[in-house]
Design a protein around this ligand. Structure first.
Ligand SMILES: Nc1ncnc2c1ncn2[C@@H]1O[C@H](COP(=O)(O)OP(=O)(O)OP(=O)(O)O)[C@@H](O)[C@H]1O
Length: 761
């Protein structure tokens, strides 16, 4: 079937080529349909399998899971199944046409008809350049919609005939530009059909070591990092399927924005988190004020946190204001003398065990001393062997527990920090001990929510506390609930298959659930990894990594002891108070000699006229940084508009709506003007409102920080003078200006800042 042929009886060369490709593509879709039908059938067969016995049931469940996975993968590749072809020359008259697509396909004879984009055989499709064609004579991009081949873009690699300018030409320029001109939807799309050579190097880099991808705004760092995750999962599936991949992003709105890309590439087993979500059980989204954020992110917090935990290990004098330990019990007042208490405390500390583990030693030793005191008080001599039993009995008396808890309590990370923040005296004491004079600035109410900056501190405390019983207990409760669920599920399996419980054979729902759990098909690696603070991931990708503080890096590194990371960011966009301005400075200590930096230099987002405005700001924000070169030379001229108040914003937004049609508009403000701007535009969406589709709104109001990593057809930057007055003002303004894919308006009330004078002309 070829709908693209014209009515004329002689097709043009392009029409003829399209007809040839249509025939090939149709074969691929036919094969896809066959595979889908087969998978569906296997899934049904697995469900109906009649063999009984544990092994058969477990096998069936495992197979069902695998078939369901395959079904999901086959259905995610419908659009754009095949998007490219390379012609490889092995000699005169010996050419192979190799097709590249979202997955690999073989025909019924087992011959390859489509190569997975991640396979080594597909590499030349992305990596070939006119100066290094990698053995291919032609690269062809196929434009396919709804199974129809609509058009072709060819690049012929005839290196001899090319000028230097042509050599620098981008890979598949026509296909790339077509994809860049598309309007924005509020969700990032995959770029599998138009990955560029410099991005391909990043995507296919080796798994080991720390790969830093440094690049200006819009150079495709994020999208390349996500494709790298898909590539690594494909290439190193056995390692990564077991250990999982973690992607750390700057904020929840960003994670939702990019959340489509991996599923569209057929990958769902990736854990996505912000730094504020890295500590299971805590979901922090708010940030501390600038100075507090700097303090909490600084390595000085390592000593501070250590001092905070030591502060909970107290002498009777510190805990009760008395040198001896005195406890009122049923038998009378028991006394452990000050020197004995001091000795026990010192010995416990010298064990150098985590706090909650060491507590067990301290409690047992002091219970023995209290037992000795009781036997003396009652004049009832007890042997050394008796004392532990007496101590165990004393532990059941509430005043005993309270007294020992006051000396060396069982702690959770949350409790350590919450108590400390709520107690200015303790803050001052701990600060003095750790040399942090400004510690009191961290004071706050106990009910205040956790901030993103607290999360690395919680993680640090957790390390010092060791295995925490209360968390274990919570986990145990969770496991119990899961187990109940599994039993219910297993019961369902039994009911569904018509197998009845047979206690004689041991076939019951509980045992089946246990078997099922051991084979583990229903709990994915991502599920398990995400819930476990001490999980070691196979690979970690950190996006907008310039925002991470030294303390946040420690938290991330704990999750990847092998130091297999992809770190993506732009030191010129650092807005966070404690963020990075040198990759080597932040990372070298964790992986000496293993940090490798790749640069992305081409901007795929911002047209040249807008980038020129941003470049003036970049020279101020980060004079050493290279200005990315825009792929798109043309674009609407950016403009400055003077407002007399924010009530002028709705009219500006209306103009932009008219200009971008279905496209999306962001109004970017300073932190101080955010509320006022949102009030002036009540119809606009705002992140953090909890709605999943907040970025799907046509118009959104964002601060520069919230806009990180996102992009919009039109951007209105409000009150640039206020953005510049923020602590990393020039960086914030740079971020705001570079969000635009088509149009930029700067709405100012004060005089236009000098940095933006280009807009005045
Ligand atoms: N090879 C490509 N083909 C098509 N589109 C691309 C390509 N590379 C990048 N893009 C598009 O360019 C835009 C910018 O990419 P991305 O957001 O990954 O850049 P970034 O470097 O992370 O930017 P920022 O630093 O501002 O967060 C996205 O819309 C992305 O889809």
């Amino acid at each position: 079937m070829d709908s693209c042929q014209s009515d004329s009886s002689v097709p043009s060369p392009e029409e003829a080529a399209i007809a040839v490709e249509q025939a090939r593509v149709s074969v691929m879709y036919d094969r896809l349909d066959t595979l889908r039908a087969q998978t569906e059938q296997r899934l049904t067969d697995a469900h109906l399998q009649e063999r009984s016995g544990y092994a058969a049931i477990v096998e069936r469940e495992t197979r069902s899971y695998e078939h369901a996975r395959r079904r999901a993968q086959l259905s995610s590749v419908e659009e754009g199944l095949c998007f490219g072809r390379i012609d490889i020359s092995y000699g005169p008259d010996d050419t192979e046409a190799r097709y590249v697509g979202r997955i690999g396909l073989r025909d019924s004879e087992h011959d390859t008809i489509l190569v997975d984009w991640r396979a080594p055989a597909a590499r030349p499709f992305y990596a070939a350049t006119p100066s290094d064609p990698e053995g291919i004579t032609r690269r062809r991009h196929l434009r396919v919609r709804s199974r129809r081949v609509l058009g072709l873009d060819d690049e012929v690699f005839d290196a001899d005939g090319l000028s230097e300018g042509d050599r620098r030409q981008l890979v598949g320029e026509a296909a790339l530009l077509a994809s860049l001109h598309r309007g924005r939807t509020g969700r990032m799309a995959d770029i599998v059909a138009t990955i560029q050579a410099e991005q391909d190097r990043v995507i296919r880099a080796q798994l080991a070591g720390v790969l830093v991808v440094q690049g200006g705004p819009g150079t495709g760092k994020t999208v390349a990092a996500l494709h790298r995750a898909a590539y690594l999962l494909y290439t190193h599936r056995r390692v990564l399927e077991r250990r999982g991949v973690l992607v750390v992003g700057p904020n929840p709105a960003f994670l939702r924005y990019v959340g489509n890309v991996l599923p569209s590439l057929g990958e769902t087993d990736v854990v996505m988190r912000t730094v504020g979500e890295l500590f299971p059980g805590v979901e922090a989204a708010a940030h501390d004020r600038h100075a507090t954020a700097v303090l909490k992110g600084s390595p000085r917090m390592i000593d501070f946190v250590g001092a905070a935990v030591r502060d909970r290990q107290r002498s009777p004098l510190r805990a009760f204001g008395e040198a001896d330990l005195r406890v009122e019990t049923d038998a009378g007042t028991l006394v452990v003398p000050a020197d004995v208490c001091a000795h026990v405390l010192e010995t416990t500390r010298n064990l150098k065990l985590p706090h909650n583990t060491a507590r067990k030693y301290l409690v047992n030793t002091l219970l023995t001393e209290l037992a000795r005191a009781e036997s003396e008080l009652l004049s009832r001599p007890a042997t050394e062997e008796d004392l532990p039993h007496v101590g165990a009995r004393l532990w059941h008396e509430v005043p005993v527990q309270q007294a020992l808890d006051a000396l060396w309590p069982d702690l959770t990370p949350q409790r350590v920090l919450r108590d400390l923040y709520a107690d200015p005296e303790a803050l001052a004491l701990v600060g003095a001990e750790a040399g942090v004079a400004e510690a009191e600035s961290m004071a706050r109410r106990p009910e205040a929510p956790w901030t993103v900056e607290d999360v690395p501190l919680l993680d640090e405390v957790a390390e010092l506390l060791g295995q925490d019983d209360s968390l274990l207990r919570a986990r145990q409760r969770q496991l119990d609930t899961e187990r109940e669920e599994e039993v219910r599920y297993a019961q369902g399996v039994l009911d569904f298959t018509g197998l009845t419980e047979d206690p004689a054979e041991g076939l019951d729902a509980v045992t089946l659930a246990a078997r099922h759990r051991d084979s583990g098909p229903n709990l994915t690696t991502a599920d398990r990894a995400g819930a476990d603070r001490t999980w070691s991931y196979g690979h970690v990708i950190v996006d907008e990594a310039q925002e991470l503080s030294p303390m946040a890096w420690r938290t991330v590194m704990r999750r990847v002891p092998t130091r297999s990371l992809t770190v993506v960011g732009d030191v010129a966009q650092t807005g966070s108070a404690a963020g990075t301005d040198s990759w080597q400075g932040s990372l070298e200590r964790y992986a000496p000699g293993k940090v490798h930096v790749e640069h992305l230099r081409v901007n795929y987002r911002t047209p040249a006229p807008i980038m020129a405005v941003a470049a003036d700001v970049l020279r101020e924000a980060a004079p050493d940084q290279q200005i990315p070169e825009s792929v798109r030379e043309e674009g609407d001229p950016p403009r400055a508009v003077r407002l007399t108040g924010l009530d002028g914003l709705p009219a500006l937004v209306a103009e932009e709506r008219a200009a971008v049609g279905e496209g999306r508009i962001a109004v970017v403000t300073s932190d101080t003007s955010r509320a006022e701007t949102a009030a002036a535009l009540p119809e606009a969406g705002r992140p953090g409102t909890g709605s999943d589709d907040e970025l799907g709104n046509t118009v959104v109001v964002l601060t520069a920080t919230e806009s990180k990593g996102l992009e919009f057809d039109s951007v209105i930057v409000v009150r640039p003078e206020e953005l510049l007055a923020q602590p990393r003002g020039a960086n914030d303004l740079y971020v705001a200006l570079t969000r635009a894919t088509k149009r930029l308006t700067v709405a100012h009330e004060a005089d236009l800042p000098d940095l933006l004078k280009r807009l005045a002309g």
